[in-house]
Ligand binder design. Structure first.
Ligand code: CP
Length: 303
């Protein structure tokens, strides 16, 4: 398959191959070799219909470090505003001899739809509340880097699970690798039947944190809330926010992750985000090597 549409479509061997390839690229970058000639004959379009800081810049940097040619498309400054469809937009881009499309879109399944309607390799950079596969890969890669292995680790995903593509992709990826997974958040922000995905629900944050090795703290996806959800932001922070006092009072030292962007003072306080237990910026650093690996492996199938 020439696409990365979701972790759902991968198996454990795929993930290990991506990690081993990312190990290689991370080592190359750490040797201050900032560019390899691997993809000199590949052109990639980054097509973003939704805002992004980390994912967009990380993909662009990964592509440039592989020596691919890169074009960037932002829907808000494009002819989408004049009524052009997704397929027309992408087919016009592809007619300029583009090989691969990295797409972020607010609609769940947009990447799958595109892969069935255009002739190019598609990488899903986040599709609504569905999947964010490269985020889950870089998250697991960061856990592996910290602990040596993901298998057997206790990971709690805290927050707005219902609207989070990061949560779903992480659940698929962590399960494939044999981690134990709990989700923790207000009942209104947990999907019904979440247990069918092989995770346990824990609504008591302290219990969840005392159980885990890693807490992945999610942002409330206000842009995807179409009704007024209980709790209010203040109530959410009181029940599900992590501050330094709570972190220091736990039975053991846990690792704090966050996919970004952080709403400081809501899901985590600054002294937690910036603490030595936080690997948030390591996640961002690892994102470049993971995206280099994903692009390199997909490009090897189209060359
Ligand atoms: N983690 C993540 O997807 O961040 P951006 O929305 O800034 O890309």
């Amino acid at each position: 398959v020439n696409h990365l549409l979701g972790i759902k479509y991968l198996n454990e061997d795929d993930i290990q191959l991506i990690f081993e390839t990312a190990d290689h690229f991370k080592e190359v970058i750490n040797r201050s070799i900032k560019k390899v000639p691997s993809l000199r004959d590949i052109t990639i379009a980054n097509v973003f219909f939704e805002n992004s800081t980390r994912t967009k810049l990380s993909f662009e940097l990964a592509e440039k470090r592989l020596s691919a040619d890169v074009i960037n498309f932002s829907a808000s400054q494009s002819s989408v505003k004049k009524g052009e469809t997704l397929i027309d937009t992408v087919n016009n881009i592809l007619s300029m001899k583009v090989d691969m499309v990295v797409m972020r879109h607010p609609n769940p399944g947009a990447g799958i739809f595109l892969s069935k309607n255009v002739k190019a390799s598609i990488i899903n950079a986040g599709d609504g509340a569905h999947e964010h596969p490269t985020q889950a890969l870089l998250d697991s890669f960061s856990i592996r880097e910290k602990f040596g292995d993901v298998a057997g680790k206790n990971v709690v995903i805290v927050g707005d699970i219902l609207h989070s593509r990061v949560a779903l992709s992480n659940i698929f990826a962590l399960r494939l690798q044999g981690a134990n997974i709990k989700v923790c958040g207000p009942k209104t922000l947990l999907p019904k039947h979440i247990e069918t995905l092989g995770v346990e629900v824990e609504t008591d944050l302290r219990k969840a944190l005392n159980w885990c090795d890693v807490a992945n703290m999610l942002r409330i996806q206000n842009e995807r809330l179409d009704i007024s959800y209980f709790p209010t932001t203040r109530e959410y922070t009181q029940q599900f926010g992590v501050n330094k006092m709570l972190l220091d009072s736990l039975d053991k030292e846990i690792v704090i992750m966050h996919p970004g962007p952080i709403n400081r003072g809501v899901e985590i306080t600054s002294d937690v985000a910036d603490s030595k237990q936080s690997i948030i910026l390591n996640q961002v650093e690892n994102g470049v090597a993971i995206r280099m690996a994903v692009i390199y492996l997909l490009a090897s199938k189209i060359k």
